[in-house]
Write a protein that binds this ligand. Structure first.
Ligand code: ATP
Ligand code: MG
Length: 346
């Protein structure tokens, strides 16, 4: 039996999404995982490195940051009404949260370059919250309060917490508010509708641009009904699809991503270009979803370190069992004929 505890060191922290201002600052400063210096690096150092891995620029990320740049110029001068915003939506594990967080980091670092370290004392250019499941308005605004480090006493009502949050976001000059997992807001329920109203209220009072992310938001109740129409009328929907592999340009983008991952792999006998040569196979295995691709390459690299082969080969990739969604697409289950009737014609 493998001793699990020896592989679990430091787990948790690196993966957790920031929920407070100080966690956000730490997240912004953490930047890309790196193996500092010349090496050689120990097995443990390399395992640790592959457990976090790099964040690569993807076409979706480029689209989102371009759209955000344009939007921030468009709404630079507030007109006292709810601001226009963006919704990043589509399939699971296509990198929506990562794209949102990278946008936030880029804006935070740009502000720091402009203003120096005071950015992190009296200013907070970016706020990031994730919608809690079955959110009620007080819950969501309390999440904002927690992010901002505001004490929330049990006797405070929703309006009081909201006032404190709005005041603080304004005082801190917050310019970008990122809200993840927006699909969890079910506007058909009273609580969900109230929470959605509250988001609108916040966006009317805080001079920030709001960017939401969630799975299949366009099919969720969030954009239907009167409330949905108000949101749909102000928010641009940006798809976050898996990467395709049909045209020349799409194949080049996929290969670019593979090259980036391959460059980041730290294996002793890895030959440059060997992952790129399996581009079609890797697309079939992962359906073009970056979450599955990253997991596949990292798990293969970790296996190669542990078994001493120190290179990524197809046999090893074949042996990695991916997430259920990827496995279903790449290796659909063989249909079983009902027992006793196999081979019989209908
Ligand atoms: N640009 C990227 N470069 C490298 N790896 C990435 C990138 N984007 C996402 N990943 C990897 O894919 C995984 C899934 O990404 P992420 O959580 O951002 O997807 P998501 O679309 O928000 O998923 P969900 O639909 O579950 O909310 C991450 O853990 C990360 O390892
Ligand atoms: Mg996500």
């Amino acid at each position: 039996m493998v001793a699990l505890e020896s592989f679990d060191e430091g787990a948790g922290e690196a993966y957790a999404s920031p929920t407070t201002w100080s966690e956000w600052i730490r997240f912004v400063e953490a930047s890309a995982p790196r193996l500092e210096g010349e090496g050689p690096f120990s097995e443990e150092e390399r395992l640790d490195y592959h457990s976090q891995f790099v964040v690569l620029s993807t076409p979706v990320m480029d689209d989102i940051s371009l759209a955000l740049c344009r939007l921030m110029i468009l709404i630079r001068r507030p007109d006292g009404t709810a601001r226009r915003g963006l919704i990043v939506s589509r399939l699971p594990t296509t990198g929506k949260t990562t794209a949102l967080q990278q946008l936030g980091c880029a804006l935070h670092l740009a502000e720091r370059r402009r203003r120096g370290r005071e950015t992190d004392e009296g200013r907070l250019p970016v706020a990031f919250v994730a919608v809690p499941p079955a959110a009620i308005p007080k819950m969501l605004v309390s999440k904002f309060a927690r992010f901002l480090g505001l004490p929330v006493a049990a006797r405070m009502n929703q309006a009081q917490i909201t006032d404190a949050v709005v005041g603080t976001l304004r005082d801190l000059g917050t310019r970008l508010v990122l809200v993840d997992d927006i699909r969890l807001l079910d506007t058909r329920t009273r609580a969900g509708a109230g929470t959605s109203d509250q988001m609108k209220y916040l966006s009317e009072r805080v001079g920030a641009t709001f960017v939401y992310a969630g799975v299949a938001v366009e099919e969720s109740p969030l954009l239907s009904g009167v409330r949905g129409a108000q949101l749909a009328g102000r928010f641009k929907l940006l798809p976050s699809p898996p990467l395709a592999y049909s045209g020349r340009e799409q194949q080049a983008a996929w290969r670019g991503l593979l090259e980036g991952m391959e460059d980041a792999v730290r294996l002793e006998w890895h030959r440059a270009g060997s992952v790129g040569r399996m581009a079609r196979y890797l697309h079939e295995r992962t359906g073009g979803r970056i979450g599955s691709l990253s997991a596949l390459i990292r798990e293969a690299a970790i296996t190669a370190i542990l078994d001493g082969t120190e290179k990524i080969v197809k046999k090893q990739l074949e042996a990695v069992r991916l997430d259920h969604l990827a496995e279903q697409v790449a290796r659909p289950p063989v249909e079983q004929a009902p027992s006793g009737r196999s081979g019989t014609a209908a």
